[in-house]
Design a protein around this ligand. Structure first.
Ligand code: A3P
Length: 324
């Protein structure tokens, strides 16, 4: 077994929880998990206990500032890429020659943009500070809702997000997957019992919020960003109040940001090929194919249909549609 598997296993299983979390866990609904023994349902969404502990902690202690930027996604929906792009955008004036010298060349995007439920609020003095989270809208810390901080939500189609999660889990914890087959994992995903699931409710809530409160929440799709990165980076910059000037565009700043943050570039960097996050996860696990519709090489037609049927049911009454 590799070190990362040992470390992750410890993270997910052996953590000592706070008294508050232990008490809560004892009365929450639970379901069989696929990389922790159980998932627990809290405020309508499912979590392994260690992540729930982080959610509770952030609800209690995270103080968003008006200038903060919070990047939100369901797991495996483009979080790493969005973190890199927004970090590069916000800090573009400090690094004129990003291909030669830039924090993203030596640091994984998850190190530069911490998860608030990962107990890492260490950038809280910077302005703007960029944070990220997978926490659903309903459970965000109150200060995120009450302040004027901006939220960018990245959504991906459920089949690709599921397949990405499957490969991620397999690369990190296969031996601890409590005997879970892909059929069981699809079944859990579709009944909502997946890390931060139900996947659909997560996206739908943020989508609705982005329609009702467009100054606060911007909703982007991974696939649309893949197809037209320039357009979307410009739109994100505008939303965040840091639009690129004509002069910057003429000088190639937009292309530089996109190139720096590309899957091809980031995945080949030493820090992402051989590095580890503070929690022990190997950084290479965050970079795979980044395809649109790549699920076809992993899901059988019947499993794909099971996910499609769930999507259909979840979208009844909504005019929201996933990319494909
Ligand atoms: P695949 O597993 O389909 O390849 P997350 O960052 O939310 O964990 O999502 C991981 C997915 O985003 C993976 O998808 C990964 O390959 C893809 N990804 C990671 N970095 C990327 C980048 N810089 N550009 C585009 N896609 C990226």
């Amino acid at each position: 077994m590799t070190t990362s598997k040992n470390t992750l296993s410890k993270l997910l299983a052996d953590t000592k929880f706070s008294h508050e979390c232990e008490e809560l866990l004892s009365c929450l609904p639970k379901d069989k998990g696929f990389f922790a023994e159980y998932l627990y349902q809290y405020q309508g969404f499912w979590y392994p206990p260690n992540i729930l502990e982080g959610v509770l902690y952030s609800q209690k202690h995270f103080q968003a500032k008006d200038s903060d930027i919070i990047l939100v996604s369901s797991p495996k929906s483009g979080t790493t890429w969005l973190k890199a792009l927004v970090f590069a955008l916000i800090h573009r004036h400090e690094f004129q020659n990003p291909q030669e010298s830039h924090p993203l060349l030596d640091n994984n995007p998850h190190t530069l943009v911490p998860f608030i439920e990962g107990f890492q609020f260490h950038n809280q003095d910077a302005s703007p500070s960029i944070f990220s989270t997978h926490i659903p809208l309903v459970s965000l810390p109150e200060s995120v809702k009450d302040s004027s901080c901006k939220v960018v939500y990245c959504c991906r189609n459920p089949k690709d997000a599921f397949v990405s999660l499957w490969h991620f889990v397999k690369s990190l914890v296969l031996e601890e997957m409590v005997g879970c087959t892909m059929e069981e994992m699809v079944s859990g995903f579709c009944r909502g019992s997946s890390v931060y699931g139900p996947f659909w409710d997560h996206a739908l809530e943020y989508w609705k919020e982005s329609r009702e409160n467009p100054e606060k929440v911007m909703f982007v799709m991974y696939e649309e960003m893949r197809e037209q990165p320039k357009d979307w980076v410009l739109r994100i910059a505008e939303f965040l109040g840091c639009s690129l000037t004509e002069e910057e565009i003429e000088k190639g700043v937009l292309e530089d940001i996109i190139k720096l943050c590309s899957l091809e570039n980031l995945s080949k960097l030493k820090v992402n090929e051989k590095g580890k996050l503070v929690n022990g996860m190997e950084t290479k696990a965050f970079f795979r194919k980044g395809e649109i519709g790549g699920w076809t090489d992993t899901l059988t037609p019947s499993l794909a249909e099971e996910i499609d049927k769930t999507t259909e049911q979840k979208l009844i009454g909504s005019d929201f549609r996933f990319f494909c």
